[in-house]
Design a protein around this ligand. Structure first.
Ligand SMILES: [Zn+2]
Length: 272
């Protein structure tokens, strides 16, 4: 599932390509991917200029000149592709956005259909329909802010990192990778971690995300760049997806366990 780095990479790529363009036409190919009626999208969006492209948590958002926001959540397999016409041959396309200035089209494609598209008329402080307000990005908070959120909590640290209402952007991959870098066992309860350990974790999260963005994100499952290219941070994962392989630090085997219904990858030697 695309997480903060993948959505950030896409938003940077799309900023260069569609920032400032004017929407000519919107074609809805699968209405159930929309939260709201087809007409709202097909009638509201044409003739609007795109002010800028934002990422908020794991959502990518097109901000229009009148302040309306078009939100995309990529779910498991969502892709936002910037491809030339005709695009009708592309399978699993749920929405097509055409522009006045170019023959290129923005296409939302999602084979497994967990993605969502939402249109809100409120300004950028709002949240898409059906989504609970989420916490700040790891980048937006200081070490102190991070401590305030996580110190003393009873929950297991891995589960807390995935809770988008506390902090937005992390999913399974980057939670596992950050905990490895910080040397913390994913099963540890947050209140058992002292401030030094938690600050190390916050730094590990920011380092991991920054590195992942620089490497174009992780292309596992179906994540693709806007031009169809792939990220390559998956080649640098130290624990995620490496169960049974040797830990790069100590040579012991990487374990995979179930934790709150998700898989957690870690090295029992390096993570305490
Ligand atoms: Zn190890």
């Amino acid at each position: 599932m695309p997480e903060l780095p993948e959505v950030e990479v896409l938003s940077l790529q799309l900023s260069k390509r569609i920032g400032g363009l004017r929407i000519a036409e919107v074609l809805v190919r699968r209405e159930s991917s929309l939260t709201g009626a087809r007409q709202g999208f097909e009638e509201t969006l044409p003739s609007k200029r795109i002010n800028r492209i934002l990422r908020r948590g794991k959502f990518l958002c097109l901000e229009l000149e009148d302040g309306a926001l078009l939100w995309f959540h990529l779910g498991m397999t969502g892709q936002l592709l910037w491809i030339p016409r005709p695009t009708a041959y592309v399978p699993h396309v749920h929405l097509v956005v055409r522009f006045e200035e170019t023959e290129m089209e923005l296409v939302f494609r999602d084979p497994r259909r967990f993605g969502k598209i939402c249109l809100t008329k409120e300004p950028a402080g709002s949240f898409p329909e059906g989504v609970r307000p989420w916490g700040p990005d790891p980048y937006e908070m200081s070490d102190e802010g991070f401590l305030k959120i996580f110190r003393g909590r009873k929950g297991r640290i891995k589960n807390l990192l995935l809770n988008q209402t506390l902090m937005a952007g992390l999913g399974n991959i980057y939670a596992d990778e950050s905990l490895f870098r910080a040397g913390i066992d994913p099963r540890r309860r947050a209140y058992r971690l002292n401030s030094t350990k938690l600050i190390r974790l916050h730094q590990a999260i920011c380092e991991t995300l920054t590195e992942a963005i620089e490497k174009g994100g992780s292309s596992i499952d179906d994540f693709l760049h806007a031009n169809g290219g792939r990220g390559f941070f998956q080649n640098f994962h130290r624990v995620y997806g490496r169960e049974g392989e040797k830990c790069f630090s100590c040579g012991d085997l990487v374990h995979r366990i179930r934790l709150a219904g998700r898989s957690a990858h870690f090295c029992p030697q390096c993570q305490r």
